[in-house]
Ligand binder design. Structure first.
Ligand code: HEM
Ligand code: HEM
Length: 233
C-alpha cells in the first residue's frame, strides 16, 4: 500500500485490520486444521482421566490452543480495527457485503469454537455404532472448512474491493499482498488435500482401538467407558 507519501492514520488502521484478519483466518486457523489433519495419526496419546479411560492425542491440545488462544486474540483485534475504521469513516456497521460477511465469519468462528468444545468434551452416543464419530464431529470438520473457504473470499474482497472503496484509493494494495493471498490459499489446500491420504490410516487405527487393541504410541486419542464403548476424541 506504499506510494510516494505515507499511509494516513485511517489507512494504517485498515491495514492493521487487513493484516490481522488475514493472519487469523488464512494462517493461524489453517495451521490448526493441518495439525489436526496430519498429527493425529502420528503423535503419541496421553491419559486424561484413568477411569473411565479417557485418552487424547497430543494433536488435540495443539489444535485447541492454536484455534482458541492464538487465533482468537488476533481475530478479535482484527475486528476491533475493522470496526474502528468503519466508525471513523461513518460508514455504519454491517451494511455492505464485506461488513456483513465479516460479521458472519466472526459468528461462525465463535460457533465453531463452541462446537469444537462440545464435540470434544460432551460425547453423544453415535448413531453409527459404539466408538464411531457422532454427526457433530463431522459437522465440526465441515464447518471448519466452510469457514476457511469464506475467509479466502473475504480477504480477496478486502484486497480487491473494500480497500479502494473505503480508503478512496489513495494508496493501492500492493501486488505482493495479492500474491500472498493466492499463495496462502494454494499452500493450505494442497497440504490439506494431501493430508486426506492419511484418512485410511486414521480409520484403521480407530477400528483397531474399537476392537480393544491396546493403543500404540501413534494412535489417535479415543475415549473408552466402562461398557467398552470407545469414542473418538
Ligand atoms: C477474513 C478476513 C476479514 C474479515 C473477517 C473482515 C471483517 C471485517 C469486519 C467485521 C469489518 C467491520 C465491519 C463493520 O464494522 O460493520 C471490516 C471492515 C473493513 N475491512 Fe475487513 N475483514 C477481513 C479482511 C479484510 C482485508 C484483507 C481488507 C483489505 C485489504 C479489509 C478491509 C476492510 C476495510 C477497509 C474495512 C473498513 C471499511 C468498512 O467497514 O467497510 N478487510 N472487515
Ligand atoms: C475450542 C476450539 C476447538 C476445539 C475444542 C476443536 C476440536 C476438534 C476436534 C475434537 C476435532 C476432531 C473431530 C473428529 O475428527 O472427530 C477437530 C477437528 C477439526 N477442527 Fe477443530 N476444534 C476447535 C476449533 C476449530 C476451529 C476454530 C476451526 C476452524 C477452522 C476448526 C477446524 C477443524 C477441522 C477442519 C477439523 C478436521 C481436520 C481433519 O481431520 O481433517 N476447529 N477439532
Amino acid at each position: 500500500m506504499a506510494t510516494s507519501f505515507p499511509l494516513q492514520p485511517l489507512e494504517i488502521m485498515a491495514k492493521n485490520h487487513a493484516i490481522l484478519s488475514t493472519t487469523g483466518f488464512l494462517i493461524l486457523l489453517p495451521v490448526g486444521v493441518l495439525v489436526a489433519r496430519y498429527a493425529r495419526t502420528f503423535t503419541p496419546v496421553y491419559v486424561v482421566i484413568p477411569s473411565p479411560t479417557w485418552i487424547s492425542g497430543i494433536w488435540f491440545p495443539v489444535h485447541f490452543v492454536v484455534q482458541l488462544f492464538l487465533s482468537g486474540p488476533v481475530i478479535f483485534a482484527a475486528w476491533y480495527y475493522g470496526w474502528k475504521t468503519s466508525d471513523v469513516l461513518g460508514l455504519g456497521h454491517f451494511l455492505d457485503p464485506h461488513q456483513k460477511m465479516g460479521l458472519a465469519l466472526l459468528i461462525l468462528y465463535v460457533l465453531q469454537l463452541l462446537l469444537g468444545l462440545f464435540t470434544h468434551f460432551i460425547k453423544l452416543r453415535s448413531p453409527f455404532g459404539p466408538g464411531t464419530r457422532s454427526p457433530q464431529n463431522y459437522f465440526h470438520v465441515f464447518l471448519g472448512l466452510v469457514i476457511l473457504v469464506l475467509a479466502a473470499e473475504q480477504v480477496h474482497y478486502g484486497l480487491y474491493i473494500e480497500w479502494a472503496f473505503a480508503t478512496g484509493g489513495l494508496h493501492v494494495v500492493p501486488m505482493a499482498a495479492k500474491r500472498a493471498w493466492i499463495a496462502l490459499i494454494v499452500i493450505f489446500w494442497v497440504l490439506y488435500l494431501a493430508g486426506l491420504a492419511l484418512v485410511p490410516r486414521q480409520f484403521s487405527q480407530e477400528k483397531r482401538a474399537r476392537h480393544g487393541t491396546p493403543t500404540k504410541s501413534d494412535e489417535i486419542g479415543l475415549q473408552n467407558n466402562h461398557s467398552g464403548d470407545v469414542q473418538s476424541a
